[in-house]
Design a protein around this ligand. Structure first.
Ligand code: GBH
Length: 483
């Protein structure tokens, strides 16, 4: 712990861990579940490291009791998980049959969490779109159809869960669905202009259309919750956005300094500005012109003011170097380079297993402050924060379980968050570590581990808590004020 720190977190601070359906559940053909775009994407050779799939993953569909026992063991007060849309509506659409078994599975899980004293936070969509909707009408590219189907799915879920759930997250990281799914092509459905990767896609346009669809669908679901359920069930609803901190590559160069705000605008304000300010950021309008969809009065009315809380996923920081010249039509970053070293050759943080992730805890405090200033101090729930470890997968078990690097990451990041709360007036009220357990790390398969719990994929998905699972509760104990 920062020895001299006098920072605290409020007595009612909610902390726990996060996961996502496709990353942990397995049981992809069970109890009537329909395929998602991730089932389909994983079948394409070369898309996932080691040819992995989520077919079995952590087998959490069959191990809900083990997962709840783990949460209790760690002392977690909350658990954020996502629903598999295609378990609940296998074909996904508003006129398609509802699968009662899928719905009941999750309702039972939520009841069991409550019985264990754990507060559920539910994400409606963590990237696993029902595959049929992609095939039927182009999925997220088709705003009218997608919004109507997502709104219907959300209503079915709100109705079924009622007052059992008080914290709803519509979408996890729309940036990833848009950019990785429709520009880079690294995530399902893998569309991109790069014809070596995909026969279809237009990187210069589709990601912006998809981001727009996701925003409108978020707004539509929020309106339904507020109009039809909020008074009855007493919950709140928001969206979760990913974004890293940005420091200039050369602090002496005004172009690099300016590019830092632009980087965050392209990553975060793309979604947060319409929600909090009712428009896209000027920097994006300027660079993208008519490739950025225009707001109709109806759509922006749904989106503007649609967050009861700001869901923040945060992992790391980068150094930003402005590019000179005209932006590439496929650029999504804001005409800048995203680097891990600055002009002096200093690294942003130590190496991990993830090429993009180098810890830099002070960046967390700075981004919390940046968001608070730009969006008028919203209530913030940190819905993900965590790290992989360089070479963790290759360590002998006893060493792997001593994940001091991850434990230190949590000490530093939770400390930075407490400083943001205490010293900067940031209204942060919850924190979910990513992740409760090692799981299917998307395109990186199972080679990269993010869990506080080791999952033994070779031996029946056995779970063994790592050091970080045991330490994180102690860290929170030192910061959270006694009621
Ligand atoms: C989270 O995204 C996800 O919500 C979660 O499902 C996932 O398991 C977890 O991260 C760990 O990865 O390849 O250089 O273009 C975190 C945000 C944004 C991090 C995209 C990786 C890729 C950058 N992610 N980023 S790059």
């Amino acid at each position: 712990m920062g020895s001299a720190s006098t920072s605290t977190l409020p007595a009612d601070f909610l902390w726990g861990f996060a996961t996502a359906s496709y990353q942990i559940e397995g049981a992809v053909n069970e109890d009537g579940r329909g395929p998602s775009i991730w089932d389909t994407f994983c079948k394409i050779p070369g898309k996932i490291a080691g040819g992995a799939t989520g077919d079995v993953a952590c087998d959490s569909y069959h191990r809900t009791h083990e997962d709840i026992a783990l949460l209790k063991e760690c002392g977690a007060k909350a658990y954020r998980f996502s629903l598999s849309w295609s378990r609940i509506i296998p074909l996904g659409g508003r006129n398609d049959p509802i699968n009662e078994k899928g719905l009941q599975h999750y309702i039972k899980f939520v009841d069991d969490l409550h019985a264990a004293g754990i507060t559920p936070l539910i994400t409606l969509f963590h990237w696993d779109l029902p595959d049929e909707l992609d095939k039927r009408y182009g999925g997220l590219l088709n705003k009218e159809e997608f919004v109507a189907d997502f709104a219907h799915y959300a209503r079915v879920v709100f109705e079924a869960f009622g007052s059992r759930v008080k914290h709803w997250i519509t979408f996890n990281e729309p940036w990833c669905s848009s950019v990785l799914g429709y520009n880079v092509g690294q995530f399902a459905p893998g569309r991109t202009s790069d014809r070596a990767k995909s026969p279809v896609g237009d990187s210069s346009r589709e990601c912006w259309i998809v981001g727009h669809s996701l925003l409108v669908a978020h707004g539509a679901a929020v309106k339904i919750y507020r109009d039809e359920f909020k008074a009855r069930d007493g919950g709140e609803i928001g969206i979760t956005l990913n974004g890293d901190w940005a420091d200039p590559w050369d602090p002496e160069n005004p172009a690099d300094v300016e590019a830092c705000d632009r980087k965050i605008e392209f990553a975060i304000s793309w979604f947060a500005d319409p929600i909090y300010h009712g428009k896209y950021p000027d920097s994006m309008v300027k660079q993208l012109g008519d490739r950025l969809p225009k707001w109709t009065p109806e759509d922006i009315a749904l989106v503007h003011g649609s967050n009861d809380f700001y869901g923040m996923n945060h992992y790391c920081a980068n150094f930003i170097k402005a590019k000179s010249g005209e932006p590439d039509p496929n650029d999504t970053a804001g005409n800048l380079e995203i680097l891990l070293q600055n002009k002096k050759g200093e690294w942003v943080g130590p190496e991990t297993q993830s090429a993009w992730l180098r810890p830099c805890a002070i960046g967390f405090r700075k981004l919390l402050k940046w968001l608070s200033e730009r969006y008028n101090y919203p209530k913030i729930y940190v819905t993900e924060n965590g790290t992989s470890l360089k070479g963790e997968n290759d360590l002998p078990l006893e060493q792997l379980l001593q994940d001091e690097f991850r434990t230190q990451y949590f000490r530093d990041y939770i400390g930075a968050m407490a400083d943001a709360y205490t010293l900067d007036g940031v209204n942060v009220r919850a924190y979910m570590g990513w992740s409760l357990m090692d799981n299917f790390e998307w395109a990186e398969g199972y080679e990269t581990r993010f869990g506080v719990t080791f999952v033994d994929y070779e031996n029946g998905q056995k779970r063994i808590p790592k050091q970080s699972a045991k330490e994180i509760g102690k860290i929170f104990d030192q910061y959270i004020e006694k009621a």
